[in-house]
Structure formats: C-alpha cells, structure tokens
Design a protein around this ligand. Sequence first.
Ligand SMILES: [Zn+2]
Length: 429
Amino acid sequence: MSAPDTASLSAQLERQIATQASAQTAWLARLASFDSTRGNEGPCQAWLAAEFAARGWEVDSFAISEVEIAGKPGASPVVDADYDKAIQVVATTGSPQGGGRSLILQGHIDVVPTGAPELWERDPFTPVVKDGRMYGRGVNDMKVGVAAMVHALDALAALGYAPDAPVYVETVSEEECTGNGALATLERGYRADAAFIPESLDHQLLRAELGSVWVRARILGKPGHVMAFDPAANANLAAYEYVQDLVALTAEINREAQDHPWFGHITDPVKFSLGKIRGGDWLGSVPSWCEIECRLSVLPGHPLPEVRARVAACLQATADRLGTAHPEISWIGFQADGHVFEQGSAAEAVLARSHEEVMGTALESFSQTATSDTRQYDLYYGIPTLCYGGHGAGSHSPGEYTDLESMARTTRIIALFIAEWCGLRPLRE
Ligand SMILES: [Zn+2]
C-alpha cells in the first residue's frame, strides 16, 4: 500500500471527515463541557488522556510542578496558582523509526473565566449547536483546534494510515496566563521538526504576534478619617492617576509602533488593560491600599526588560507627582516576548499546499495583536511553528462560537499537512 497523491487523499479525507462529523461535534461538545479554567484542568486532561490511550497512543500525563521550568527562557512568574494541579498531557503516536519529519500538534485546553453570569444567555459549559455553530466557553479558543488535530489523526487512521514519524499530541494549560504549560512539555523533553498550533485564526497563518506583560501595583494611601477628596491620601483615587499615566505610556508606545515593520499598518496595536482593581476596607475611612493588575502588549523587537523598566518608571513617576511612596510592583503572569515567524520555512510551504488544496485560495498570513503559545516552541527552542486554524468569533466573551464547517476544513488541512510533513505508512502491514 503506497500513499495516494494529494488530490485523491484529499477527496478520501473529505468523505471520511464528513462521515465522522457528528462524532467529532459530540467530542468537541464533551471537551467544551469541562470547566477547565485555571486550577481546574485536571478532569478535562484526565478525559483527554483516556481518549488518547483508547486510540493506542502512549500517554504522558504530568503536573508542571514535576518539571523544572524556573529560570528557563520563556518562563513566566507564577502567582495564585497550584502547579501540582496544572496537568499537561502529551500523547505519542506515529512511527518512532519512520522516515518522515516529526511533529508536535499542540492545543491549549485552559479557558478564561466566564465573567459576569448575567451576561450569559446559557450555561457557559453546556455547549449548544445552532445554525452550524457551536456556542460555549472555550469552543473557539481553542478546544475546536484540539478536536481538529485529534480527528485529523482519526481520519487518517480510518483510511488505514499512520504518520511515518513521531507525532506528539499535546494538550496544555496556562496558555491564557503564562505559557508555562507549553514550556513544561519542552522541558520534559518533547521536541520535533515542527510544531503546529491550530488556534482559530480564520484560515490565516500567524506571521507576527505581540507579547505581553502582566503587572500588579500595590498602592498605599494615608489612612485616616474621610476628610478630603485627595488622591495622595485615598489609594483608590490614586489608582485612577496611575491608570491614566499607563494609558498615556501606551499611547507613546503606539506612536513608536507606527513604523514597526510588522505592526505599523495596525492602528494602536499595543493594548493596555486594567484587568483587576481592588482596594479599601471601610467606607468611613480613607482607603489605605489599592491593588491594580494590568496587562500591556509587547512589540517584537522591544526587549522585555526595557518594557518592564518603562512600566516601572511610569508607576514611580505617578507616585512622585502625587508626593507618595512608590508602589510595590510585582510581575504576576505573562512575561512574553513578541516575535515574528520565519517566512518561507519548509513547514509553511507544506501548510500552504494543504490550505490551498482544501480552501482553493492562496494561504495568507497576518500580524495578531494577541499572544499565543507559539513563542515557546519557535522563539526559545528553535522549532519552526505554525499557528493556523479555522473560523469562529467572540473568544473571551459570552458570544463565543466556532464554525463547524470550518472545523471540518481545518481537520482536513491538518490531515493533509501530516501526510506530507510526516509521510504516511499503512496502519497495519
Ligand atoms: Zn487560544
């Protein structure tokens, strides 16, 4: 049995993926029914580990705390998390002695918190299918990508093929706050000739992305009775001043970004968010403390130490203007570099052919103003990494949905990619 040509394999895959469509949709719904927010990934990962084992894949399930990641490139500080519970899963399939190129297929299964419950029309973890879309927390970001990569391998297996090289199927957590899950898989020893992360990117290839830094500032006031409306005394009022200065710093960086080679065409690509604020204990007293937690994007070419120094200087300048002590500054999550993916890699050429075969259009790439796990593989470990996936919208919002027709296409594109990158061998000799 020799591998078929691309067009006939593509036609076989299209039929096979259509045959397994309802099973794949049900699988995605099951995956999306797990509330796999930070600290709660365990049951979701246990279900995935069982799914992978049932396919005959060798499963390695481990906590981040079992791997030494501190001080490694790409490691972000961990605050408010128990890494004994941060379970990562790597399943190995394919042929260990095959003649093809090895591959990491990676998807994150952590999802962001649901936010105000009043804003949800339905339970976030009871996915609903309507008009060809599946709605629910995490369906698009990015459990659909996990469903696509797993069912791409299933479709090849149903047609009697296995990859002719090792394939590592990785489901990780911490993508939404540190990237330490992906880092743990790398430090556990999993490396390959290429990595493929099927984030939902509307059938475009990620060419450049922003990093981000997360910072906490603890602001102290001057405790006393509520006598005056004074930001130098009232730490909650001071927080407004700090935030306004950080917004001004962001505007300054965005002016610098106007001639950036990869982000100059985007208006204000650098985003600042005041993500959390809490302060004060008693309405009759001046709030003596306030903590703000903020996120700021990082442009490729802007080194993290410089970005952190600018943020710290900005916070200190606010304190100096108010005549108060400098706030205590902590870096509490993402310390992620922005970066640009090499153009014209061998892996990109294979994806371009797979994409064109299924979509009928040339593969286009774009710059994204968000952060993904790709840097861990590509930037710090030199593994050429493709970030590419299908259509959906509303990630991180109650309207999050993914397009199921697009999932089928992505599944076929990944299967074709595996076929050409890894090569195929008969499943049973
Ligand atoms: Zn994602």
